[in-house]
Ligand binder design. Structure first.
Ligand SMILES: NC(=O)c1ccc[n+]([C@@H]2O[C@H](COP(=O)([O-])OP(=O)(O)OC[C@H]3O[C@@H](n4cnc5c(N)ncnc54)[C@H](O)[C@@H]3O)[C@@H](O)[C@H]2O)c1
Ligand SMILES: O=C(O)C(=O)C[C@@H](O)[C@H](O)[C@H](O)COP(=O)(O)O
Ligand SMILES: [Zn+2]
Length: 365
């Protein structure tokens, strides 16, 4: 079963195709988009080993002239230094304004390839072919691209929408289980912030961490509902001047924890899950959310195999300080995305620091 979701942004509209086996149709799918002949496929060694040759064969069959480059794997390499290496390859192979970079990988490859494409020759085409659950449901859609600064997460970047997002759920078969679990945090996020029906479906599933092996329509349902939620939000507010901030649910504390632990202890999705629990607890303490609802959220997080406590030994004062580097900070005030019911959130800067501290202390591992 395949589905197409439209991201409707003036002058930047594109489609997200979710279709099993579609990796072999990459070239064909790109043909209709009137892109130039030259393609730089960016991946990492592990993903390239699994899927690189198939992607390249499909591109070549469709008449594209392809070179490829593998980034070192991992969040620690999501840096300007890695972007410089992509530029070097782009220069060596004379990528032109009409050329395309194809990101074949998880969110790290996607964010960096997107940023290189956004900035090379002041912007060339990018196609996202996400291979992790997280990249399929989140990072490949919406055009946020970038890298980390040594002091903080995603501090350098640009909005640059892809020309196409091509999701082949079959590639999830090789995704390590822990990565699948981490991606599920962003799926649960959509349930809490936007799509109560998705949330209920996740609650009804017995095999949240095994879904990619189970023969059921649920994985397709999860991919399409998550992409639809993101497309709905981004279509209304491409550059986060308002509504889009809700996609940052769990990220205010999540990003602080991720960068304070030097991207070594937690995967992005795990840190976001911890941040969602913290934001939920803050919402309950402020009387915005019912206890019964946060219990549902946290039960889902446990069922998905996600951590629910802060890593041991983290300095709570350092987390509170790091919140100041969040991109949502306005006039020095930290903004939180807080749930009000399953499927709805509000953004507020009225969260007392004492409440944040109390919640973090309760969550200390
Ligand atoms: N731009 C956005 O809107 C957005 C949204 C969410 C997250 N992000 C970013 O995405 C990144 C996290 O992405 P991620 O969770 O995909 O991590 P990742 O890109 O590091 O991928 C996780 C691991 O899975 C491996 N992998 C990926 N697909 C595979 C497959 N099919 N088979 C085997 N191995 C595979 C990768 O090699 C890597 O080791 C973070 O940097 C985060 O900030 C960006
Ligand atoms: O697309 C968005 O907008 C999001 O906030 C999605 C997040 O899951 C993602 O991690 C994003 O990169 C965070 O954005 P940032 O602006 O806080 O870096
Ligand atoms: Zn995220």
């Amino acid at each position: 079963m395949s589905s197409v979701i439209k991201v409707d942004i003036p002058e930047n509209s594109y489609e997200i195709t979710v279709a099993p086996g579609s990796l072999d149709q990459l070239g064909e799918q790109m043909t209709g988009l009137k892109l130039g002949k030259k393609v730089l496929l960016v991946s990492n060694p592990m993903i390239f080993k699994h899927y690189g040759e198939r992607a390249i064969a499909s591109l070549k069959n469709a008449g594209f002239d392809v070179v490829h480059y593998n980034l070192p794997p991992g969040e620690r390499y999501k840096t300007l230094n890695s972007i410089q290496k992509i530029y070097d390859v782009a220069l060596e192979h004379r990528l032109e304004r009409s050329s395309t970079m194809v990101a074949l990988g998880g969110g790290v490859v996607g964010d960096m390839t997107g940023f290189a494409a956004a900035t090379w020759l002041r912007g060339i085409n990018v196609v996202q072919v996400p291979t992790s659950l997280l990249a399929m449901v989140d990072s490949s859609v919406g055009g946020k691209t970038g890298v980390n600064h040594p002091q903080g997460k995603n501090l350098i970047g640009a909005f640059h929408q892809p020309s196409l997002v091509l999701i082949d759920p079959e590639v999830l078969k090789t995704l390590p289980a822990a990565e699948f679990r981490a991606g599920m945090a962003e799926v649960i996020k959509y349930g809490v912030i936007w799509d109560a029906e998705l949330f209920t479906q996740l609650e009804a599933s017995k095999h949240l961490d095994q879904l990619r092996y189970v023969k059921s329509d649920l994985i397709n349902y999860i991919l399409t509902h998550s992409c639809q939620a993101k497309a709905d939000v981004v279509s209304q507010d491409e550059k986060e001047s308002g509504l889009r901030a809700i996609l940052n649910y769990g990220h205010t504390i999540g990003h602080a924890v991720e960068s304070l632990t030097n991207y070594r202890l937690l995967k992005h999705g795990e840190a976001v899950g911890i941040g969602m629990i913290a934001a939920g607890e803050i919402a309950v303490k402020l009387g915005l959310w019912q206890k019964a609802d946060i219990e549902r959220q946290n039960a889902l997080m446990k069922k998905a195999g996600l951590p629910t406590k802060l890593p041991a030994g983290l300095d709570i004062a350092a987390i509170i300080d790091a919140l100041q580097l969040d991109k949502k900070v306005k006039s020095g005030k930290v903004q939180f995305v807080l749930p009000t019911q399953i499927g709805a959130v509000k953004v507020t800067d009225e969260v007392p620091t004492d409440t944040i501290r109390q919640v973090l202390e309760e969550m200390a591992g």
